[in-house]
Write a protein that binds this ligand. Structure first.
Ligand SMILES: *[C@@H]1O[C@H](CO)[C@@H](O)[C@H](O)[C@H]1NC(C)=O
Ligand SMILES: *[C@@H]1O[C@H](CO)[C@@H](O)[C@H](O)[C@H]1NC(C)=O
Ligand SMILES: *[C@@H]1O[C@H](CO)[C@@H](O)[C@H](O)[C@H]1NC(C)=O
Ligand SMILES: *[C@@H]1O[C@H](CO)[C@@H](O)[C@H](O)[C@H]1NC(C)=O
Ligand SMILES: *[C@@H]1O[C@H](CO)[C@@H](O)[C@H](O)[C@H]1NC(C)=O
Ligand SMILES: *[C@@H]1O[C@H](CO)[C@@H](O)[C@H](O)[C@H]1NC(C)=O
Ligand SMILES: *[C@@H]1O[C@H](CO)[C@@H](O)[C@H](O)[C@H]1NC(C)=O
Ligand SMILES: *[C@@H]1O[C@H](CO)[C@@H](O)[C@H](O)[C@H]1NC(C)=O
Length: 394
């Protein structure tokens, strides 16, 4: 006969056991989360998960090239997030694409047939388990190399990446935000917006308030001498962000200048901050590391770096604003150039490069981080504005 206390004790022990298990599960979950969040020390998962090579000749490959987005973008916006939307039909509609015999996919189950795998920076690549000799691995990015702490990620790209795809002129496949297309036109561009309607001076739409380039310091100084209306997270003016076009339209009607200051001052880095306002009747005031005399239309932007100080720039802008004819001379290029670009156009270009075997057999790059940042970090110079401040005492 079992004594009463024994039964009680079993119950208590059982309860205790449950408690212990729950605590252990919690601790384990915490540890797992902590482990995931923790920046990995260099070399830790660097070679643990790299693919092993296979010489297998993959059956079922044919003349259709498969472009596979292996990583998904960390900050999802419309850029490259949904490769499946680039169907052969939509591609032939969107661009005048001479080669669209490609499949764009992020479905990993097609891995063996894939001709090129695209890896986006900023993401811990979960490398494929097996790598086929016919495949290119491409590092594909449209953001600046700015943040040096990304080096830990980049170390993994060492000896793994065959093809570079980015905005740099020296990339294996040059992917600018936009490019210029000369057009033939027998009439001059006639501005639509009466000069007198533009009652404001400068508009600055901005969502990153503290940047590597320190542009916020420049604009703070500039706005002591020139009226700057700041839209977005870093200012007091509001426009519906869901409708970029209507915001831009309202800005071109109201302002004379659009501040197009890059968040990083890097080689060839000219972004949509410049190309967006160029498509409206407003003059972009640019600050960045790109070559603006080569990559944007002639006399289409004002480069802040041509001026010794924000005050000098402000004086120039005020002066120009009061001279209608000279102000409007910055729109003359519009009758001679068209700005083209966009993801579908780029995808067409990639498809074409694959079909025409432009990359040849292309061994992987060593010293990848040196390529991306420059051996001494010279691909970016984010100290331009701090230097100007020091010299100018502002
Ligand atoms: C893996 O990485 C460690 C540390 O970087 C290195 O010492 C080791 O040689 C590597 N192993 C292989 C197989 O590459
Ligand atoms: C070629 O391969 C692709 C992808 O596997 C497939 O969708 C397509 O139907 C194939 N074409 C031919 C002609 O077999
Ligand atoms: C499309 O491409 C064809 C052939 O390359 C060319 O003749 C035509 O002008 C292009 N159309 C446009 C709108 O660019
Ligand atoms: C991925 O492709 C495989 C094989 O073609 C297919 O069975 C599967 O449904 C696809 N997955 C998605 C999410 O489309
Ligand atoms: C210019 O301003 C006038 C008066 O406010 C307005 O009626 C007109 O629509 C404006 N023009 C443009 C192109 O914005
Ligand atoms: C934003 O857009 C919505 C819908 O178009 C509109 O109702 C609202 O008034 C807009 N807000 C501002 C601040 O313009
Ligand atoms: C910018 O590009 C032009 C035209 O290609 C070239 O002549 C000039 O030297 C470049 N400027 C710089 C600073 O590289
Ligand atoms: C890509 O690089 C790897 C490593 O160097 C190489 O084995 C592979 O053949 C290259 N791919 C192509 C298509 O050249």
């Amino acid at each position: 006969m079992t004594p009463k206390w024994s039964l009680q004790s079993t119950k208590t022990n059982f309860g205790l056991l449950i408690c212990v298990i729950i605590v252990m599960v919690c601790v384990f979950a915490q540890l797992t989360i902590w482990w995931e969040l923790r920046r990995p020390p260099e070399g830790l998962w660097r070679n643990s998960s790299l693919p092993t090579f296979s010489d297998e000749r993959v059956p079922g490959r044919n003349s259709t090239k498969i472009i596979m987005f292996w990583t998904r973008r960390a900050n999802t916006n419309n850029w490259f997030s949904y490769p499946e939307k680039f169907t052969t039909r939509s591609m032939s509609k969107i661009t005048n694409c001479s080669q669209n015999n490609c499949i764009y996919t992020s479905n990993h189950s097609l891995i063996r047939q894939a001709d090129i795998l695209l890896f986006y920076l900023n993401e811990k690549p979960d490398w494929p388990k097996v790598r086929y000799a016919h495949q290119y691995y491409a590092h594909f990015i449209h953001e600046a190399p700015g943040k040096r702490n990304q080096r830990t990620f980049l170390d993994q790209y060492e000896d793994n990446i065959n093809i570079t795809i980015n905005f740099r002129r020296d990339a294996d496949l040059y992917l600018p935000y936009n490019t210029l297309l000369p057009v033939k036109s027998d009439h001059d561009y006639r501005p639509r917006i009466p000069h007198g309607n533009k009652t404001g001076m400068a508009v600055w739409p901005v969502s990153h308030c503290v940047t590597e380039s320190h542009r916020e310091h420049y604009v703070a100084e500039l706005s002591k001498h020139l009226e700057v209306d700041i839209y977005g997270r870093c200012g007091s003016h509001i426009c519906n962000r869901s409708r970029t076009h209507s915001c831009s339209k309202s800005w071109e009607e109201k302002y004379k200048y659009y501040l197009s200051f890059e968040n990083n001052v890097c080689e060839d880095y000219i972004t949509e901050k410049v190309f967006l306002p160029l498509q409206y009747e407003i003059i972009p005031v640019v600050f960045g590391g790109g070559n603006y005399s080569r990559d944007v239309p002639p006399r289409s932007v004002i480069n802040a770096r041509d001026f010794d100080s924000p005050k000098d720039l402000a004086n120039f802008l005020i002066h120009l604003a009061s001279d209608e004819q000279r102000y409007r001379s910055y729109f003359k290029w519009k009758s001679r150039f068209e700005i083209v670009g966009g993801v579908p156009r780029f995808m067409c270009r990639l498809c074409q490069a694959l079909h025409e075997n432009e990359f040849h057999p292309h061994p992987a790059k060593s010293h990848y981080a040196d390529y991306w940042y420059g051996v001494h970090g010279e691909m970016c110079d984010n100290e331009v504005i701090p230097r100007m401040r020091k010299e100018g005492g502002w």
